[in-house]
Design a binder for this molecule. Structure first.
Ligand code: SF4
Length: 670
């Protein structure tokens, strides 16, 4: 059967999905998206699809891709979404379509157990220095290592991604022994790459995709040319993720580690072959000279580096400090080069010094056109150079237009505020791609309400966070928790949390638990928040920022009230944002209109999207930023939100809160 007809049949009322997938209902938006993907798979080129929450975009791109029989590469934003596609969505769909596929997923090397490093950890002295809890966890890892087939550390829920044990039992490019490794034959990293190269459908994540475009070591360089269909799900993240990997970063942390490892050689087999103390001391002194110029900061801050040196640092002194560091690294490279054939560890050390030297050379002389530099100052100093966007690299790989036989699909629930999806398309260099917007099937006017309190402190007012907390406390008490507060800064998370805790401590009975970002991992916080929802459990309010604005799915009654403290404009003094602003204005654009407003609209839309996740969900969104009704641009931002009904005053707000505990009104009859 031709692909288009086959796709129509899959999503039809008498199709296999209705038969096999519990709760599946044919929806015209999902079918439209699937047909657009099918046409692109057949004809090649790039398609950008914004599919509102609830459209079912995953099946809409997977069905045509699987039915085409082509080799498919799917990239998604996080490892959790990668697992969901690999373990649940693709097997379920392939079974329903009767289209068996060889499926594989590939993650970065830090996701796989390194058997060699586990052996070293179990038998070396370092294990004795680990805290008791980590030693117990290491024993759990040892037992799991005997039975795991994939070596994917996500199989071990007890091992959090941020655990200090993860770097102990996983490898990096720098410390992997490669072909000389005694465990190379059983290596999970190598095995995952071999399986991916032999598979029909491979699931990766954006981090791996862009990291590998840079370093070409995980097999993506071979995977990409052989894939006929490439899908980026959660594509709104690719510009930010791509920039992280296209940027060159180096600094005092890496230099200090090199100095320490050079010093270690003074006791190793190569001890008599070089002046290790002298080399290590030279690296340390050059490092200190750079660090002393930048200072340190308890919280990370970014120093713009617009002219010859970072803001506040004399150009000549800065240039001399970097030149001294470069000369020191050159000296180390020369020495290690002579010893590189001695053994694998010497070879790895030599490569590392070479890489550090090459990275630093990027910062010599004036910044190239289209790049921006800055210095990050925290406990360490990191110097960074980044392109302004990922357009050049995407254009290099994505051939646009019908002449390309490869199909590129970019999809997400939030890609723009206009039909051309310019917010996403332009920085990604995808001008000329076909675009499609598919509206959410949810009945927002019936399921959700939007409240913008009129009498509220301005966002810059010192009492703003306290006012947010007062509104949240009163409403959340009525709902028994079920409230998520999204703030634009971590400082506001703390201010709102403290005010809420004070309020709850004054309650004689029936207070709520206050959870805040930073108390535990994101996964644990969300699990704790969801566990509070069923009555008679004590209710909870979750206060968070940054990563909680997207990618969290609190369906059903778990979340009924979503409060956003301020409009999420990008920080204007951030060096990258400043450089993007200058470049836009210099090219005759209007950076506020072309960059900042669409960016804020997209983030606001992402945040608001946390509220309604299913057709039976109900809730209220409150945005505590008076600029939405006092500034001309407020209307534009409101248009980005789903079409919720507006609560006009405090009376309607109170009534809507009361209404959340009553049964939902049935949909109007057609
Ligand atoms: S080859 Fe590298 S990643 Fe694999 S077991 Fe050996 S050291 Fe670890």
């Amino acid at each position: 059967m031709p692909l288009i007809a086959a796709v129509r049949q899959v999503f039809a009322a008498d199709g296999p999905l209705v038969r096999d997938v519990p709760g599946f209902v044919p929806r015209s938006g999902q079918t439209d998206m699937a047909l657009a993907v099918a046409r692109t798979v057949q004809g090649g080129g790039a398609l950008v699809v914004e599919a509102g929450t609830g459209v079912g975009k995953t099946f809409a791109y997977l069905a045509p891709a699987l039915l085409s029989g082509a080799r498919v590469l799917v990239s998604t934003a996080t490892k959790a979404l990668q697992d969901q596609l690999f373990l649940r969505d693709i097997p379920r769909l392939a079974a329903s379509l009767g289209a068996p596929v060889r499926l594989a997923q590939l993650k970065g090397r830090s996701s796989y157990l390194c058997l060699q490093r586990l052996d070293e950890a179990l038998h070396g002295d370092a294990v004795a220095n680990l805290p008791a809890a980590q030693q117990r966890l290491l024993q759990t890892v040892r037992l799991w290592a005997q039975r795991t087939a994939s070596g994917d550390v996500a199989e071990l829920p007890a091992l959090d991604e941020a655990s200090p044990l993860v770097p102990v039992i996983t490898s990096t490019r720098e410390n992997c022994l490669g072909a000389s490794c005694p465990r190379a034959a059983q290596c999970h990293v190598n095995s995952a790459r071999r399986t991916a190269l032999a598979a029909d459908v491979v699931v990766v994540n954006h981090h791996l995709f862009f990291a590998d475009l840079q370093v070409r070591e995980s097999g993506m360089a071979e995977l990409l040319p052989s894939a006929s269909v490439v899908v980026f799900d959660e594509a709104h993240q690719i510009n930010a993720t791509g920039l992280q990997f296209l940027a060159v970063q180096t600094g005092t942390g890496a230099w200090k580690r090199l100095a320490a490892d050079l010093l270690l050689q003074a006791q190793g087999p190569q001890r008599g072959y070089a002046d290790w103390h002298g080399l290590s001391g030279a690296v340390s002194q050059s490092t200190q000279a750079v660090a002393a110029l930048c200072g340190s900061s308890a919280t990370m801050r970014r120093l713009p580096w617009l002219d010859g040196a970072p803001e506040g640092i004399d150009i000549d002194i800065w240039t001399a400090a970097l030149a001294r560091m470069a000369a020191t690294l050159e000296q180390v490279c020369r020495c290690l080069d002579l010893l590189a054939d001695a053994d694998v560890s010497m070879q790895l050390l030599s490569q590392r010094a070479q890489t550090l030297h090459e990275q630093l050379s990027v910062f010599a002389g004036a910044s190239p056109h289209g790049m921006v530099r800055w210095v990050e100052v925290g406990q360490q100093v990191r110097i960074c150079a980044s392109p302004l966007n990922i357009s050049a690299v995407i254009r290099q790989h994505v051939a646009l237009g019908e002449q390309s036989s490869r199909a590129w699909i970019f999809t997400s629930a939030t890609l723009g505020t206009d039909a051309d999806l310019r917010w996403f398309v332009e920085p990604c260099g995808l001008q000329g791609a076909r675009t499609l917007r598919v509206e959410s099937p949810f009945d927002y006017a019936r399921q959700a309400a939007l409240y913008l309190p009129q009498e509220f402190p301005e966002p810059a007012h010192p009492g703003h966070s306290a006012a947010v907390a007062a509104l949240v406390a009163e409403a959340a008490m009525r709902l028994g928790g079920k409230t998520l507060v999204l703030t634009t800064t971590l400082r506001a998370v703390q201010a709102v949390r403290v005010a809420l805790q004070e309020f709850m401590s004054r309650q004689e009975v029936g207070g709520l638990d206050i959870l805040a970002q930073g108390d535990a991992s994101k996964r644990e916080l969300l699990e704790r928040f969801a566990a509070h929802a069923p009555l008679p459990a004590r209710g909870a309010v979750l206060v968070a920022s940054a990563s909680f604005w997207e990618g969290i799915d609190l369906a059903g009654d778990v979340l009924q009230l979503l409060v956003i403290d301020k409009l999420p404009f990008a920080p204007p003094d951030d060096p990258l944002v400043r450089a993007q602003t200058d470049a836009c204005n210099a090219a005759g654009g209007n950076a506020f209109k072309d960059i900042h407003l669409p960016h804020a609209a997209m983030v606001l839309k992402q945040g608001a999207g946390r509220l309604i996740r299913g057709e039976r969900d109900r809730g209220i969104l409150v945005v505590c930023d008076t600029r939405l009704h006092t500034r001309a641009y407020g209307k534009k931002l409101l248009q980005a939100l789903p079409p919720m009904r507006r609560l006009r005053d405090a009376g309607e707000w109170q009534a809507a809160l009361a209404g959340l505990s009553e049964p939902m009104a049935p949909p109007p009859e057609n």
